[in-house]
Write a protein that binds this ligand. Structure first.
Ligand SMILES: [Zn+2]
Length: 231
């Protein structure tokens, strides 16, 4: 039922679109609720939730937003990471430091790039798209902001873990922010153009391209332009 609420609310606060959410019982309030009816529960971020609890905003405002969530107007729920240098990217069991991107094709196209800070005290800037089975980006990171499309089957944020599922028990992506100095790609199963990218539960990274496989486990890569140079 919670997944249905998440999906109907577009996986973010129905008022502002933030992906870090709490469940608000619109009518009746939680302590009076006898049955949990999905249509009477809305996703709100902590900030919007607090305004409603204090009575600064009305339950009617939440109900209206529940019927037409801002997430669907924008097409995504979003939040921002908090990163600083030195920065480590953990990809499965591997650790990458000071790398410009994970995958570079001979055409120059990149997957998962990390642009260096613009100033000494500025953050490294991460950019990546994670594609679902239909070829559409389900989650996008652009300059450390992340957006999850409202079309995804499920988005669950627990603590600093972001998980995307494309079907029941089918995880596509699991990330964990190790703020401010790292990010873990714990699990991934997707296709980038003609390349299959799998990070399995044992921490092995497997790239499949035109019948050949490249594997990496337990490696440390530093000061590289690209971890994987592909044809
Ligand atoms: Zn909000």
């Amino acid at each position: 039922m919670r997944r249905r609420v998440r999906q109907e609310c577009g996986f973010g606060c129905v008022i502002c679109g933030l992906a870090i959410i709490q469940y608000e019982h619109i009518d009746p309030p939680y302590h009076e609720a006898t049955a949990h009816e999905p249509e009477k529960i809305a996703l709100l971020c902590g900030s919007c939730h607090d305004r409603v609890t204090r009575g600064m905003w009305s339950k009617e405002k939440v109900l209206e937003a529940r019927l037409a969530p801002i997430t669907f107007v924008k097409g995504y729920a979003r939040d921002a990471f908090d990163f600083k240098v030195p920065f480590e990217l953990f990809v499965g069991d591997n650790c990458f430091t000071d790398v410009r991107c994970i995958v570079r094709k001979s055409t120059g196209e990149e997957w998962f790039s990390i642009e260096p800070p613009e100033a000494a005290d500025a953050p490294p800037r991460l950019n990546a798209k994670f594609f679902g089975p239909n070829g559409q980006p389900e989650l996008e990171i652009y300059q450390n902001e992340w957006k999850c499309t409202t079309g995804v089957w499920d988005l669950v944020v627990r603590g600093s873990i972001i998980e995307i599922r494309t079907a029941p028990r089918k995880v596509m992506l699991r990330l964990r922010a190790k703020s401010p100095h790292g990010l873990e790609l714990q699990y991934l199963d997707m296709i980038f153009q003609d390349t299959g990218i799998l990070i399995d539960e044992h921490g092995t990274v497997r790239l499949s391209i035109a019948g050949t496989q490249i594997q990496m486990k337990g490696s440390e890569v530093s000061s590289a332009d690209a971890v994987f140079n592909l044809p």
